[in-house]
Design a protein around this ligand. Structure first.
Ligand code: FAD
Length: 638
C-alpha cells in the first residue's frame, strides 16, 4: 500500500497556516448534525472532545475509568514544553522543532514536528486561561525549567503534578460541554471494536464494565485517544489500566501500526524490588535539573553513599557528555546507567541502580527551595523506599515509560482507515525513535485542542449528507458478536493459570529481548517464545466470573490477549529495523563509544505494519522520511 502522508506543499514554516486557511469548512448548522465518537478522555481525548463540542459537533466520549479525571495523564509529573522563550535564552519555534527532530534521532516527520512546535505556545495560553496553576516566578511571570536533550529552559510545570493540573483544565472544559448536553460521557465503558461500513469508520462496540452490557454507537468519525501500550512489558511506570486494545482493534480493521518497537525507557525510576511487584514508579526527569547522577568509582563499593568521598565518585553523565551533563536525553541516560551497572558499578542490593544526589543542590539553594520544586516527589520516594532523599541520594534505574510507536497517522491525524483518527500517545506521534521529556503533554494537547479540531472538519465537510446509520446494520451486529464470542471463549476456557501470571511472563520476554538493547538472535527467539506462551494462554488461562456483570479479570484477560499479539509485532519490527536509533538499540550497530548508530541509507523511514489475518504474517509498508530543513548527522550531546 502506498502511504500518503498528505503533508501540504510550501515552505515548512507556512504549511500549517496555509492549510488552515484553505481547508473546506463545516457550517454551524451542519456541525449540529454530525456525530463524533472520542474514545479516551485523557489529555488528548479530553481536550479534543471539549473542543469539538465547543465547535458545535455532537460528541460521545468514552473512558474505562470511573471519571475522565482518572486517565493516566494525571500521573504526568515534570512539565510541558512550549517555545515561548520566556527565559530569553535563545529559544524559538525552530529550536523546539530542531531539538525534537534530533532528540527523536531523525525518525519523525518534519512537517508534523514543526506544527507541534508552532502550536506549543498556544497551549500554555489556553491552559492559563482555564486556570491551570503553572509555577510562577516571584514577580508573577510563568516559571520554566529544563528537560533532557535541550540547552534552554522551556518546560512549564505545576510542581510535580503538571499532568494532574492540565487534566483538571481539560476536564473542566469537558464538563462544561457535558453540562450543556453537547458531550454524552460514557465512563466505565471499554471499546472492544471499530465498526467499518463501506471502508469507513462508522462506529464502535463498547462493553459497560459495570453491567457487562454490550452497546453499539454510531459516529460520522471516530477518534482514538487511548494512550500508550508500555504495559506490554508488565512492569512500567504507566497506570495499571493502560493498554493497547483499542489501537489493536483498529489495527485489525486496517489501520496500520507504526514503529511498534520504539519504546522509551526512562532513566530515573525507582528500581524493581521483587518478583511480586506489578508497578514501577517514576521519579520525574525534572529532578535531573538539580540532581547529579553518579556511581562509585570502585566496583562493588558497598559503603553508604554519604560515606563515599567526592573523588571516589564517577559522575558518569557529566564525564561523558560535558555539554548536556545530567540533562542528556532519556535514551542516552538510560543506556549509560545500564552500561555502568553491566560493568559492575551498580549500587543497591541488586546492583541494578545508580545514585541521584541532591546534596549539591541543597547546599547551593537550601532545603526549602529544593522542597518547593520537588517536595511531592521526595515525599513519594520516601514513602516507597523508606529513605529520605534530603539526607541520602535516591537510588534509580531505567524503566519502561512511554511508547513512541502507535497507529500510523497522516498530517490530518487520520489513520489508514478513512474517518478513523488517532491522537495523543496512541498515534505514532512526532517523537521519532526517542521522545524528549515534557513533549508528550505538549503533543497530546496540541492534537486535541489545536490540530484535530481543524483537520477533522476537512473529512466531515464531505460527510454532511450522510445521515446517522442505524446500529442494527449488519456491520454492527457482526462486530458485537465477535467481541462477545471472544469474551465467551475466555470465560469458557477451563484453565488453571491467572491472567496476571501470563502477563508477567510475557513482560519478561519483551523486556529481556526488546528492552534497552536488542539483537537479532534474541529477537528471533522471542517471536517463538511469545507464540508458544500465547498458545498456552489460550489453553491454560482461567478467567473467573460472568460476562454480564462487573468482571475486571475478564477485561484484563482481553487486554493481555492483545498484548501477546502486539509483543510479537514489536519483535518483528525491532528485527526488521537493522540499525540503532534513539531508544531502539541494536547491539550490532553502535559507535566505538557505545552510542546508537543509524543507517540512514536504508532506514530513514517509519515502518507501518499492515494486518493480514490471524495466521498470515503482517506486511511492512514504509513511509520514507524526507528532511528538507534539518541535516541528518550523528546525534551528539558531548
Ligand atoms: C509517571 C508518568 C509521568 C509522566 N510525566 C510526563 C511529563 O511530565 N510530561 C510529559 O510531557 N509527559 C509525561 N508523561 C507521558 C504522558 O503522561 C502521557 O504520554 C500522556 O498523558 C498520554 O495522554 P493520552 O491522552 O494520550 O492518554 P491517557 O492519558 O493514557 O488516556 C487514555 C484514555 O483512553 C481511555 N481508554 C484506553 N483504552 C480504552 C478502551 N479500550 N475503551 C475506552 N477507553 C479507553 C482511558 O480510559 C483514558 O481515558 C508521563 C508518563 C508517566 C507514566
Amino acid at each position: 500500500m502506498i502511504l500518503k502522508n498528505k503533508v501540504p506543499e510550501g515552505p515548512l514554516a507556512d504549511k500549517w497556516t496555509k492549510y488552515k486557511s484553505s481547508i473546506p469548512l463545516v457550517s454551524p448548522a451542519n456541525k449540529r448534525r454530525l456525530e463524533v465518537l472520542v474514545i479516551g478522555t485523557g489529555l488528548a481525548g479530553g481536550s479534543a472532545a471539549a473542543s469539538l463540542a465547543e465547535m458545535g459537533y455532537r460528541v460521545k466520549a468514552f473512558c474505562f475509568q470511573d471519571s475522565p479525571r482518572r486517565a493516566h495523564s494525571i500521573a504526568a509529573q515534570g512539565g510541558i514544553n512550549a517555545a515561548k522563550n520566556y527565559q530569553n535564552d535563545g529559544d524559538s519555534i525552530y529550536r523546539l522543532f530542531y531539538d525534537t527532530i534530533k532528540g527523536g534521532d531523525y525518525r519523525s516527520r518534519e512537517a508534523n514536528v514543526y506544527r507541534l512546535a508552532e502550536v506549543s505556545a498556544n497551549i500554555i495560553d489556553q491552559c492559563v486561561a482555564q486556570g491551570v496553576p503553572f509555577a510562577r516566578e516571584y514577580g508573577g511571570t510563568l516559571d520554566n525549567r529544563s528537560f533532557g536533550g535541550v540547552q534552554v529552559s522551556r518546560t512549564f510545570y505545576a510542581r510535580g503534578q503538571t499532568g494532574q493540573q492540565l487534566l483538571l483544565g481539560a476536564y473542566s472544559a469537558l464538563s462544561r460541554q457535558i453540562e450543556k448536553g453537547n458531550v454524552s460521557m460514557y465512563n466505565r465503558h471499554e471499546m472492544l471494536d471499530i465498526v467499518k461500513i463501506d471502508g469507513k469508520a462508522r462506529g464502535i462496540i463498547v462493553r459497560d464494565l459495570i453491567t457487562g452490557e454490550y452497546q453499539r454507537h454510531f459516529g460520522h468519525a471516530v477518534v482514538l485517544a487511548t494512550g500508550g501500550y508500555g504495559n506490554v512489558y508488565y512492569l512500567s511506570t504507566n497506570a495499571m489500566g493502560s493498554n493497547v486494545t483499542a489501537a489493536w482493534k483498529a489495527y485489525k480493521q486496517g489501520a496500520m501500526f507504526a514503529n511498534p518497537c520504539f519504546t522509551q525507557i526512562h532513566p530515573t525510576c525507582i528500581p524493581v524490588s521483587g518478583e511480586y511487584q506489578s508497578k514501577l514508579t517514576l521519579m520525574s526527569e525534572s529532578l535531573r535539573n538539580d540532581g547529579r547522577i553518579w556511581v562509585p568509582k570502585k566496583k562493588g563499593d558497598n559503603r553508604s553513599p554519604v560515606d563515599i568521598p567526592e573523588n571516589e565518585r564517577d559522575y558518569y553523565l557529566e564525564r561523558r557528555y560535558p555539554a548536556f551533563g545530567n540533562l542528556v536525553p532519556r535514551d542516552v541516560a538510560s543506556r549509560a546507567a545500564k552500561e555502568r551497572c553491566d560493568e559492575g558499578y551498580g549500587v543497591g542490593q541488586t546492583g541494578l541502580a545508580v545514585y541521584l544526589d541532591f546534596k549539591d543542590a541543597i547546599d547551593r539553594l537550601g532545603k526549602d527551595v529544593v522542597s518547593a520544586r520537588y517536595g511531592n516527589l521526595f515525599a513519594m520516594y520516601e514513602k516507597i523506599t523508606g529513605d529520605d532523599p534530603y539526607l541520602t541520594p535516591m537510588k534509580i534505574f531505567p524503566a519502561v515509560h512511554y511508547t513512541m510507536g502507535g497507529l500510523w497517522v497522516d498530517y490530518d491525524l487520520m489513520t489508514t482507515v478513512p474517518g478513523l483518527y488517532a491522537i495523543g500517545e496512541c498515534n505514532f506521534s512526532d517523537h521519532g525513535a526517542n521522545r524528549l521529556g515534557a513533549s508528550a503533554l505538549m503533543q497530546g494537547l496540541a492534537d486535541g485542542y489545536f490540530v484535530l479540531p481543524y483537520t477533522i472538519g476537512k473529512y466531515l465537510s464531505e460527510d454532511i449528507r450522510t445521515p446517522s446509520i442505524n446500529t442494527d446494520h449488519d456491520a454492527f451486529v457482526k462486530s458485537e458478536k465477535n467481541a462477545k464470542d471472544r469474551n465467551e471463549r475466555l470465560l469458557q476456557n477451563n484453565g488453571t493459570k491467572s491472567v496476571e501470571s501470563f502477563h508477567r511472563e510475557l513482560g519478561k520476554i519483551v523486556w529481556n529481548h526488546c528492552g534497552m538493547s536488542r539483537n537479532k538472535s534474541d529477537l528471533t527467539q522471542a517471536i517463538d517464545d511469545i507464540k508458544s506462551l500465547r498458545k498456552d494462554f489460550w489453553s491454560q488461562v482461567k478467567v473467573p466470573g460472568r460476562d454480564n456483570a462487573l468482571n475486571p479479570e475478564l477485561a484484563k484477560a482481553g487486554r493481555v490477549a492483545d498484548f501477546f499479539e502486539l509483543g510479537e509485532l514489536m519483535m518483528r519490527d525491532a528485527l526488521e529495523r537493522n540499525e540503532s536509533c534513539g531508544g531502539h538499540f541494536r547491539e550490532e550497530h553502535q559507535t566505538e563509544e557505545g552510542e546508537a548508530l543509524r543507517d540512514d541509507e536504508n532506514f530513514t523511514f517509519s515502518s507501518a505494519w499492515e494486518y493480514k489475518g490471524e495466521d498470515t504474517p503482517p506486511v511492512l509498508n514504509k513511509e520514507e522520511l524526507t528532511f528538507d530543513t534539518v541535516h541528518l548527522t550523528q546525534r551528539s550531546y558531548k
